[in-house]
Write a protein of this length. Structure first.
Length: 379
């Protein structure tokens, strides 16, 4: 495995040795390429750990890509949007008697909903620009007066190269606003919920850690929004009030980050070993990174295991993950011993009934339940 990139927050170059047997080789779970398109760049080796200098939980990856987690632009990730009106309202109160154009910088499709909600909160007489990454330079170099709002919805945690975060910090000027949304990984950890694990989610800072980092880079915190329902997350609304060009000087002296990655990974491995030790053939219905994580654990625990992947998305069909072709639901093979579903509803019930009619001893499980012990063993 090639040395992983420097820590994006503190710049530490040291790479701790992985625990024996903890390094995994896998195709990226966000690519969905056909067998003809798969290349060496589609695969990486990784392990879960902590930065030895600042303690942030992170994935050590052999990938040279600057950003992971959204490599196929055709894939739309379903993120919550119920809070967007609240966030837009919180932001709006800082814009008194706005006369200048408002530029809203989007980094990915995850920002699209919030960008449009923010835009709708302002008068139609204002010049509001929703700026996609391919037009960043055009608006950044424009010296005419404007108000800039940078959206980073579940983005920072997927940065794999420090240079990308450094470039972003350089682009954000004094007076610019930034809205950051991120899962509350520590809250999930405390719930014994391991669903946040993902090899393409490279960093797992706590809210306290992230706040300290932002303060060290010249930002003031204007608003904090915490959502504790379902999958807990937080949103920070910050404003740049000074420039700190020392991009590699951050040291988290006041935050002691607890090891949540390797311990969560060990917990999930132990559970899967106990839960699946009687099975050697598995079918997954609905393919996402959580399904891939369980599948990779199963193939790691049981090298002779047979894995089948089913989906209906035209983007995912006939793509390959770790040499397994994703096929349509019409090709369901009920002979698998264990059937794991990523979705519920009428269609899911029809597939389950069909499987059980042909294979009454088949075991049916919900994918979500595998990550949370409070829900274990309920289909």
């Amino acid at each position: 495995m090639q040395p992983s990139a420097s820590c994006i927050f503190c710049g530490c170059h040291s790479t701790p040795l992985p625990i024996a047997g903890s390094t995994i080789r896998s195709d990226f779970t966000s690519l969905f390429l056909s067998a003809q398109e798969i290349a060496w760049a589609s695969t990486h080796k990784f392990y879960f750990g902590q930065c030895p200098q600042c303690g942030v939980n992170r994935v050590f990856s052999s990938s040279h890509l600057p950003l992971l987690g959204s490599q196929n632009p055709s894939i739309t990730y379903k993120e919550p949007s119920h809070h967007h009106n609240t966030i837009a309202s919180k932001l709006q109160k800082y814009f008194h008697k706005v006369e200048y154009p408002i530029n809203i910088f989007m980094h990915s499709k995850k920002d699209e909903s919030l960008a449009h909600v923010i835009s709708s909160f302002f008068s139609s007489s204002l010049n509001i620009n929703i700026v996609h990454p391919n037009r960043f330079d055009e608006f950044i170099t424009d010296t005419s007066p404007s108000i800039n709002v940078w959206l980073l919805s579940r983005f920072i945690e997927h940065i794999n190269k420090k240079e990308l975060l450094d470039e972003l910090l350089i682009c954000i000027a004094i007076g610019d606003y930034v809205i950051i949304e991120m899962l509350d990984f520590y809250a999930l950890f405390c719930q014994l919920n391991t669903s946040f694990l993902w090899d393409e989610r490279t960093y797992y800072p706590t809210k306290k850690y992230l706040l300290e980092f932002l303060l060290s880079k010249g930002f003031e915190v204007l608003e904090t929004y915490i959502d504790s329902e379902s999958e807990p997350f937080f949103v920070l609304v910050v404003k740049r009030i000074s420039l700190n060009q020392s991009l590699s000087s951050f040291h988290s002296s006041n935050v002691l980050e607890k090891d949540i990655l390797s311990s969560s990974n060990s917990r999930l491995l132990d559970y899967c070993h106990q839960r699946f030790k009687m099975f050697r053939s598995f079918s997954f219905y609905g393919v996402n990174h959580k399904a891939f994580l369980i599948a990779s654990i199963l193939t790691r625990l049981y090298p002779d295991a047979e894995i089948k992947l089913f989906d209906s998305s035209s983007v995912k069909l006939n793509s390959v993950w770790n040499s397994i072709v994703i096929t349509d639901f019409s090709n369901v093979d009920p002979s698998s011993e264990c059937h794991i579903f990523a979705f519920d509803g009428e269609f899911s019930s029809k597939i389950k009934s069909s499987v059980l009619r042909s294979n009454p001893t088949a075991h049916i499980l919900s994918l979500a339940n595998l990550f949370h012990p409070l829900a274990h063993d309920h289909p």
